[in-house]
Design a protein around this ligand. Structure first.
Ligand SMILES: Cc1cc2nc3c(=O)[nH]c(=O)nc-3n(C[C@H](O)[C@H](O)[C@H](O)COP(=O)(O)OP(=O)(O)OC[C@H]3O[C@@H](n4cnc5c(N)ncnc54)[C@H](O)[C@@H]3O)c2cc1C
Length: 516
């Protein structure tokens, strides 16, 4: 079941087990059951500390991990291979006595949860946003016996995915009821199950020299540059990772022929933390101004957060990036996770053998269409303009595929269905005629919008597209405040460009600190 490479990898991890782990196996004598049994037998053969016993669990085939210390239920229904293999290995180690890597305040939040939480996550093994959810819930279960979590592998439990109308993963259920879907972080999951982060978590912070707002490559690079200058550096972000964690294959970072977004940002996070940056996640900046008690000899910028806390710093680097643009048509939000999707790598496999549409004929739309064409029955690309805007090389590839239709001059007017998406309507802008296409999925790829609405009433000047105006040293119109990355007027929106501008802004801030 496990190839030699995976066995070697896992064997190295299992050397770290501190206590015995019992795997409770619940399978029928069928093909799926044999698959899971084979997987568990391979795993158990790698360590004396792993024991296997038969068990009767709700889902078959599934298995439960049980350590010596008291903890919540951790169950995997199906075989956790692909992107979930790491989730399985980590859960095994954590129930086997290896401390989960979470900061103290997160640990306290988890341990303070009093109500029983029966959580399930439906995943696909090719989904790169799923492991974060599975791993976070498993950590919660390890640290709090009231929290139970089951990972359900969608392709092995297709009937459950269909019964629950799951058309996007990860799909999170509590007591069998849909709770949330899509990319999540430990912070957002804790919020989801009712553990709010309060301003107390940010209390007593001294003024920073450089405070960075954001958690993408621009922010992370700014943090590395500031911390290496030896100045007191803080980083506050709604979550660490940014758009990069939505990207599976990255092939344009010099020095890396190929890397994957989550892996790349995990390395950045490690570097930032190891340099001693005070990383605060789970909060959004909501206002920025010169602090009232700021004086000539110590000018301070005050950043207000959405949880009510206030942070102060001598300089600030804003790197709040961008997010998917909505097109504002009926059905767009109603059918989110019920057919409307953004991430082809995550959700494409759920539309296997079905017809889908891609709205948007730019690079991201055409890349998505090419990606989807290999998984689904048929892709219809709808472009508003008379021509596709994607690079010629992508268009050539698209037109070489036989299960793709391109409709230009098409204004999508709405998405319709009963419980899930069934139809898309568009108007042909040449003839003014309305058309309808039957689809199961719709991937909206119409560009990005900068995360800068919170700056609209501040002294940080924005363009009419909402981008932060920056000078060559990264400085903005508010003295002491610098900006970088996709949130700014930077002409091209790419990882290395965001990282480079993060370095510029940080060095700009350091220059400012030396002169003031
Ligand atoms: C699907 C996809 C594929 C891509 N593929 C590639 C590729 O292959 N190569 C490449 O070079 N580029 C690629 N890009 C573009 C690249 O990811 C971006 O250019 C880059 O991530 C921008 O970095 P950033 O740090 O400016 O912002 P982001 O990555 O957008 O990060 C912004 C951060 O700020 C946080 N934030 C937002 N608002 C607030 C607030 N008010 N307070 C606190 N925090 C906040 C967010 O949580 C996030 O952590 C891709 C983008 C997407 C979406």
């Amino acid at each position: 079941m496990l190839d030699k490479n995976l066995k070697n990898q896992l064997a190295q991890y299992l050397d770290m087990l501190k206590t015995e782990v019992v795997i409770g196996l619940s399978v029928n004598n069928d093909e799926k059951g044999e698959k899971v049994r084979g997987f568990i037998e391979d795993v158990a053969s790698l360590s004396d500390k792993i024991k296997v016993e038969e068990k009767d669990l709700e889902y078959k085939p599934s298995f439960e991990l049980k350590g010596e210390k008291e903890h919540g239920q951790i169950i995997f229904a199906g075989v956790p291979l692909g992107h979930e293999f790491a989730s399985f290995a980590l859960a095994l180690l954590q129930v086997g006595g290896v401390e989960p890597k979470v900061d103290e305040s997160t640990k306290k939040r988890i341990q303070a949860i009093k109500d029983t939480q029966n959580l399930e996550t439906i995943v696909s093994l090719s989904c790169h946003n799923c492991p974060e959810v599975v791993q976070s819930f498993n950590i919660m279960a390890v640290l709090n016996p009231k929290i139970n979590h089951t990972m359900i592998e969608g392709s092995m439990f297709q009937e459950i995915a269909e019964d629950r109308d799951v058309l996007a993963v990860p799909a999170i259920f509590k007591d069998g009821q849909f709770l949330e879907g899509g990319k999540q972080t430990m912070d957002s999951l804790l919020e989801l199950i009712g553990s709010k982060k309060t301003s107390d978590d940010f209390e007593g912070k001294p003024a920073y020299d450089v405070l960075i707002i954001g958690g993408g490559p621009a922010a992370a690079t700014a943090a590395v540059y500031a911390a290496r200058k030896g100045v007191k550096t803080g980083l506050v972000a709604s979550e660490f990772g940014g758009q990069v964690v939505e990207t599976l294959g990255i092939e344009n970072i010099p020095g890396f022929k190929y890397t994957e977004g989550p892996e790349f940002m995990a390395k950045m996070s490690e570097q930032v933390t190891e340099l001693g940056v005070d990383v605060m996640t789970g909060a959004l900046a909501s206002d920025i101004k010169e602090a009232e008690h700021s004086a000539n000899d110590l000018r301070l910028i005050e950043v207000k957060l959405d949880n009510g806390a206030k942070l102060e710093s001598r300089t600030v680097v804003i790197a709040t990036g961008a997010r998917w643009r909505l097109i504002g048509i009926p059905g767009e939000t109603e059918f989110r996770n019920k057919g409307v999707a953004y991430c082809t790598h995550c959700d494409g496999p759920l539309f296997k053998g079905k017809p889908v549409a891609v709205i948007g004929g730019g690079n991201s739309g055409i890349e998505a269409a090419i990606d989807l064409a290999a998984m689904v029955d048929h892709v219809t690309v709808l472009e508003f303009l008379p021509e596709l805007k994607a690079d010629q090389v992508l268009q050539d590839k698209l037109y070489g595929l036989d299960n793709v239709t391109v409709i230009k001059n098409a204004q999508t007017t709405g998405l319709y269905g009963d419980n899930k998406l069934e139809r898309l309507k568009y108007t042909d802008r040449e003839t003014n005629k309305e058309h309808s296409i039957d689809i199961d999925g719709c991937f909206i790829q119409v560009g990005l919008v900068p995360n800068t609405e919170w700056l609209e009433d501040t002294k940080v000047d924005l363009t009419d597209r909402g981008e932060i105006k920056v000078n060559p040293d990264g400085s903005t119109s508010l003295e002491g405040v610098f900006a970088a990355g996709d949130a700014t007027t930077s002409l091209f929106k790419q990882i290395v460009i965001a990282a480079g501008s993060g370095a510029t802004a940080s060095l700009g801030a350091f220059n400012y600190l030396m002169r003031n």
